[in-house]
Each structure stands twice: as structure tokens, then as C-alpha cells.
Write a protein that binds this ligand. Structure first.
Ligand code: PAZ
Length: 375
């Protein structure tokens, strides 16, 4: 018998989230409903995954993603007529409510206290934005076109992604996977994970802790004189937390080859402009999916590049600020840091990304002249 793949071994040793069954039955009902009315369904992944350092997790590794890309894209997909499964990091930005988050347009600023303590709309406050967002939010609720499913850890995310993409596969080409989450490439495997909070002192000695990789290796005073990690340690190794992470298996391969049937779009994030397109192209060639959307950490709200098989790289850019007539020298190269406006752009780049994606999805569905939606 062939040995299990790295992906199978991962799923066998990392337990699913407790809510997986509940989430899959919600997703199944949602997908069946929309398949009946021939509506396209998109699975959007959004936000960052955590990497717990302890089983009873106090500390974890996280990343920068706030879920802006995913939440904003969800609104434009709904506008484009898709039903949206929004697989998002718990407490990250959500479609519609993102407009009034804790850091921007706090909802309390829209309200005031009237006579008798009655809460009222604040005098002079522009209600147009709220009412516009509210209308769209209510419409999505009334039509049951938005299903929100949260995850926290990298393990939760992968279990949810596998389950939901399998449920979507009977949709055939009309299913779309839009993978915008910032997914960790490394994790602590359960057999090396401390059960309890990792201690910073050995005030209470726990012999079991010495067997976990994430706990300190306490080798006594010799470490304070010599450290083989670096030759001149300012902090002796015995006082450091050395975290030893395994690579997360390349699940995109399983997603493309086994779990999913529809169009698959992944995102590629880099910080070095010199490697972005090459990395996006490499990912496309390695996994043989349909589109990689490349973006740089510093410019991701202004520009992205579409890298797809048999097509020229296509840069999408929001219009430059009024003071400028173009972004850079129009050679199709990424923006330089000094070209960036300091404010958020007026145009959301997702308003350009989603129509372009929907057009590619149309082409993909039309490729065989059949729209193979079947449940
Ligand atoms: O969540 P956000 O809007 O702050 O960032 C979006 C993003 C940069 C995480 C996304 O566009 C992306 O590139 N996701 C894939 C990251 C990667 O694993 O390469």
C-alpha cells in the first residue's frame, strides 16, 4: 500500500474544528439552494490563519491580514450576482460591517442620545453611506446569498476548505474558489506542541515540558557560556524560546487535483517587487489552476497583477490621485513606494478585480459551450 501523502497525514494528525459538521451542513444547504436556481457560487477565503504554540492556546503566531480583500471582494461578488460562502478568520473584517469597523466610522459616532435617553440618528450626520450599505446588506440577507463561516487556526482553515470545496464540486464549472486568505506556510505539529502555556521561568518545574520543542531547552550554566545557535549570544539559549515549525503541506495541489472542480483563483503576496510576477507564474505552473492574482504588501490596495495561462500579465490599478496623471512610467512595472498616496484610494481595487474575474469565469464556463451545473 502506498504511504499516505503529506496532505493525508496532515489531516489525520490535526483534528478538525468542533464546528466542522455544523458548517458543512450549512454550506451544503446553501450550495444546493443556489444550484437549483443556477446561481454561481463563490467560496472566498479571507483573513489570516493562526499557528498555535500550545494545545491550550495562550500564544500563537499570526499575520498582518485584516480581511479587507476578502470582505470587500464579497460585496462586489454579490453585486455581480454570485452567492458567496465567506470563509473568514474569526473577528476579521466582514462584508458590509467593514464600512463601520472599530478603526473607521465607528457606529457610535452616527448616534446621539435624544430626549428620555432615546437613541437617535446624530443631527447633521450624513446618512447616505449608512443607508446605501444597509440596503445592500439587507438585500443579501433577504436573498440568502451570503453564508459566513469562521475559522481561527491553520488546521481549522484547511479542514473547512477541504470540506467546502468538496461540497462545491458538483457545481462543476459554475463554482469559483477565490483564495484571498493569508495562510501560514508553517505550523507546530501536534506531537511537538506543548499542552499548557509555555513557561518563561522554571519557578515550578514541569518535567513534561522539557519534551516539547517549543519549550526551552534548559541545559544549565554551560549554555550561558557557549551557544551553538550564534557564537556571541546576548541572551543565553536557556532563556530563549526556540520555536521549531514544520512546513504546511502544499494543499493547493490537493485542492486542484482532488477536492475541487470549478475555477480556482489563488493570491500571491510578496514584499519584493522583483520576484512577484515570477512567483505568481511559478505557482500557476506548479498547481495548474486558473489564475494567480499577485500583490505586494505595500501596494495591495492600489494595484494587483493577473497571471493566467496563455495570457499576458494584466496589471489592474485604481485611478491615480488627482494630483497625478498616471502611476509611474506606464511600463507596467509595480509602483514605487514614493508613488503611493498616503490615504486609502477612493476607488476600491476590488471594484476592478471582481468584474475582471467574473469575465474570466464566463470564458471558463463557456469553454466547452456547456454550462455544467449539476447537483
Ligand atoms: O486581508 P488584507 O486585505 O489585509 O490582505 C489581503 C492579502 C494580501 C492577504 C491577499 O490579497 C493575499 O495576497 N492573500 C494571499 C497571501 C499569500 O498566501 O500569499
Amino acid at each position: 500500500m502506498a504511504p499516505p501523502s503529506a496532505e493525508d497525514a496532515y489531516f489525520a494528525s490535526n483534528p478538525p474544528p468542533r464546528a466542522l459538521e455544523e458548517h458543512t451542513s450549512l454550506a451544503q444547504a446553501f450550495i444546493s439552494t443556489h444550484a437549483l436556481s443556477n446561481k454561481r457560487v463563490v467560496l472566498i477565503t479571507s483573513g489570516g490563519t493562526t499557528v498555535p504554540l500550545e494545545k491550550q492556546t495562550v500564544r500563537f503566531i499570526d499575520n498582518f491580514s485584516a480581511g479587507t480583500r476578502g470582505a470587500t471582494s464579497a460585496e462586489y461578488f454579490l453585486e455581480a450576482g454570485y452567492a458567496v460562502i465567506f470563509l473568514h478568520r474569526q473577528f476579521s473584517l466582514l462584508p458590509y460591517s467593514r464600512h463601520f469597523s472599530h478603526s473607521r466610522d465607528c457606529f457610535l459616532d452616527f448616534l446621539s442620545e435624544g430626549p428620555g435617553g432615546k437613541v437617535e440618528w446624530r443631527e447633521g450626520h450624513d446618512s447616505a453611506k449608512v443607508s446605501d450599505v444597509l440596503k445592500k446588506y439587507r438585500a443579501a440577507k433577504a436573498a440568502n446569498t451570503l453564508l459566513m463561516i469562521p475559522f481561527v487556526t491553520i488546521g481549522d482553515y484547511l479542514h473547512e476548505l477541504r470540506a467546502i470545496s468538496r461540497l462545491m464540486s458538483p457545481l462543476g464549472k459554475s463554482g469559483l474558489l477565490y483564495l484571498a486568505a493569508a495562510v501560514s506556510d508553517f505550523f507546530v505539529p501536534p506531537e511537538r506542541m506543548a499542552e499548557h502555556k509555555i513557561q518563561s521561568t522554571d519557578a515550578v518545574k514541569d518535567p513534561a515540558a522539557a519534551t516539547t520543542t517549543t519549550s526551552r531547552e534548559r541545559k544549565g550554566s554551560e549554555d550561558e557560556e557557549f551557544d551553538n545557535f550564534d557564537a556571541s549570544p546576548r541572551v543565553p539559549r536557556s532563556k530563549r524560546l526556540v520555536v521549531d515549525l514544520d512546513p504546511v503541506p502544499k494543499f493547493l495541489k490537493s485542492l486542484v487535483d482532488d477536492w475541487a472542480q470549478g475555477m480556482i483563483i489563488s493570491f500571491k503576496l510578496e514584499t519584493d517587487p522583483a520576484i512577484l510576477v515570477a512567483k505568481a507564474r511559478h505557482s500557476l505552473e506548479r498547481y495548474q489552476h486558473h489564475l494567480v492574482i499577485g500583490n505586494l504588501l505595500s501596494t495591495r490596495k492600489w494595484e494587483v497583477v493577473f497571471v493566467s495561462p496563455g495570457r499576458e500579465d494584466n496589471w489592474l490599478r485604481v485611478p491615480p490621485p488627482a494630483a497625478q496623471t498616471s502611476w509611474g512610467d506606464a511600463e507596467g512595472r509595480p509602483l514605487r513606494a514614493e508613488e503611493l498616496p498616503r490615504e486609502d484610494p477612493d476607488t476600491e481595487i476590488e471594484s476592478l478585480i471582481i468584474p475582471a474575474v467574473a469575465e474570466l469565469h464566463d470564458d471558463y464556463i463557456g469553454q466547452d459551450g456547456v454550462r455544467d451545473t449539476h447537483m
